[in-house]
Design a protein around this ligand. Structure first.
Ligand code: DQA
Length: 147
């Protein structure tokens, strides 16, 4: 695979979880869009969702040997998980941080991302399209590296 997509906690509830904030698409529907877009970009994709911090850390560590780039929506872990930040900093492949909502115009505690300083870039505020834009960015990173 070229790219690993990690959906973190509570994203399995998309569609019924605060749809006014996160939209009405389910995670399955978002993943279908991602798979279709990856096909257009000729990229291989692996997608996972977990509610557990340690599972995310294991996945980041293991991704280094298998993938060229990580796309991660760490959910609320974004705002306080130094362990996920350290894992992202420890691996040599780039990561792209994604959020459906614009975290900067929501609650004060969502403004801070502890992972932002160790990722290639952050895309937030475009709903499910945030993931599509992240895939475009990942394709560019992967191709830059291949040249
Ligand atoms: C989120 C934003 C986080 O603040 C929140 O805890 C989530 C989802 C987003 O995609 O907008 O679980 O990462």
């Amino acid at each position: 695979g070229d790219i690993l997509i990690i959906h973190g906690p509570n994203l399995n509830l998309l569609g019924k979880r605060e749809p006014h904030i996160y939209g009405s698409l389910t995670l399955v529907e978002i993943n279908e869009r991602l798979i279709n877009h990856a096909r257009r970009l000729k990229l291989e994709l692996d997608i996972m969702q977990t509610n557990h911090e340690g599972v995310i850390i294991d996945a980041i560590q293991q991704a280094e040997s298998q993938f060229a780039c990580i796309i991660i929506n760490a959910g609320a872990f974004t705002h306080y998980s130094l362990a996920i930040r350290d894992a992202l900093a420890a691996v040599s492949i780039p990561a792209i941080e994604v959020h459906l909502s614009n975290i900067h115009k929501r609650d004060e505690f969502r403004h801070k991302s502890v992972i932002a300083p160790v990722v290639a870039g952050q895309i937030c505020g475009f709903g499910a399209d945030s993931y599509i834009l992240a895939l475009d960015a990942a394709a560019r990173l992967v191709r830059q590296k291949e040249q």
